[in-house]
Design a binder for this molecule. Structure first.
Ligand code: SAH
Length: 350
């Protein structure tokens, strides 16, 4: 065992830099593209199996580089066929990612950090505290690992940054990962298939907006309609109150048929009154917006309650009457601890 500890994990480089990496190793630049095709399109991570590369080249590559997505610690399969993965990243840390098949398609919910430092009071992940941010390779690697583990390759893949962590608190790595997903040498997914969800970090929202045509879709966890309630649920609101957040969104040049998603977790007696529904309408009108109402997923040891089905329906109707686009979204995978807000890297099922 004399493995050099310094071998570069190629996943930490955006796909467009693989050419430079292989050139620096003395190989023709197009070899970097071939490598990217194997990794991103075929899900092959072992140089030895890359049969269109000469054997000596494969040996040279494995001296210098590794392609190591996080490894599967555990896999939980829900009655609704979604799967929650505990993935091991460097330094013995675990993160979670969720695979949600839908006919031949799939949505992958991935993490950007181990834990989270924003401490939203209704969210399990918020109780973990931030352990560390993930590298772009660890972010990209979650997607590669889940796709490699799928029985059949989905005909269309959507990626949502809605797992553990706050993507915009790790914005450089998230942008690098998004670029790899979009790269023509990589999976070549369009911006429409990638969604970054945020508690509302205004400067980083502007940074994302500056990506222009490459910008991924944006989702905002709104969760309340007054600053008083939002600050109680989401401490970050004290720094970036609702108006400032909406102001940053109004400044964005939205693309054709693009909508910003507002997520609104429904909590009984906290944010589910008819006045809330009407204020919600007023807040988001004027933006190309759609609102997802997420009935709160219960977390043991928390005192919140999910509103009754009747109350949820009443809220939806009130909000709809203000003229906005609004849907109720029941989370998948609640039986395996995979639903929104439940992620906490446990190895128990629920
Ligand atoms: N930090 C980012 C990414 C996480 S997305 C963000 O907050 O947007 C996770 C989503 O689940 C957020 O919209 C959050 O408001 C929601 N959520 C958290 N706890 C929940 C719970 N117990 N039930 C339902 N949704 C929850």
């Amino acid at each position: 065992m004399n493995e050099p500890a310094t071998r570069l994990n190629l996943l930490d480089l955006p796909a467009h830099e693989w050419r430079e990496a292989t050139s620096a190793a003395g190989l023709e630049p197009y070899r970097g593209d071939q490598l990217a095709t194997w990794v991103f399109r075929q899900g092959v991570f072992d140089f030895g199996a890359m049969t269109n590369l000469p054997v000596v080249m494969r040996e040279r590559l494995s001296e210098l580089f590794v392609v190591e997505p996080p490894t599967i610690g555990q896999r939980f399969v829900s009655a609704d066929h979604s799967r929650r993965y505990l993935l091991q990243v460097a330094d013995e840390e675990f993160v979670e990612a969720v695979y949600m098949p839908n006919d031949s398609r799939a949505t992958l919910c991935i993490s950007s950090q181990v834990g989270c430092r924003f401490a939203c009071t209704f969210c399990q992940t918020g109780r973990l505290k931030l352990q560390r941010s993930l590298s772009s390779g660890e972010i990209v690697g979650q997607v590669l690992r889940l796709l490699a583990d799928a029985e059949t390759a989905p005909t269309r893949t959507n990626v949502v940054f809605m797992g553990q962590g706050e993507p915009l608190d790790n914005v450089a790595a998230v942008i690098a990962a998004v670029r790899s997903f979009q790269d023509e040498r990589g999976p070549a997914w369009s911006w429409r298939r990638i969604t970054v969800s945020t508690v509302g970090l205004v400067p980083e929202i502007r940074e994302l907006a500056a990506l222009g045509a490459q910008r991924p879709r944006l989702a905002i966890s709104l969760n309340a309609t007054t600053d008083a309630v939002r600050s109680e649920l989401m401490p970050i609101n004290r720094k970036y109150p609702i108006e400032e957040l909406l102001g940053a969104l109004r400044d964005i040049e939205w693309r054709r048929r693009e909508k910003v998603t507002f997520e609104y977790v429904l909590l009984h007696g906290v944010n589910d009154s008819p006045e809330d529904a009407r204020r919600l309408g007023r807040l988001v009108r004027g933006l190309p917006a759609k609102v997802n109402l997420i009935p709160w997923n219960p977390i043991a040891t928390m005192d919140y309650r999910r509103p009754s089905p009747e109350a949820i329906e009443r809220f939806r109707r009130e909000a709809l009457e203000t003229g906005i686009d609004v849907l109720v979204r029941y989370s998948r995978g609640a039986d395996i601890g995979a639903a929104c807000g439940q992620l906490q890297a446990t190895n128990s099922a629920g």
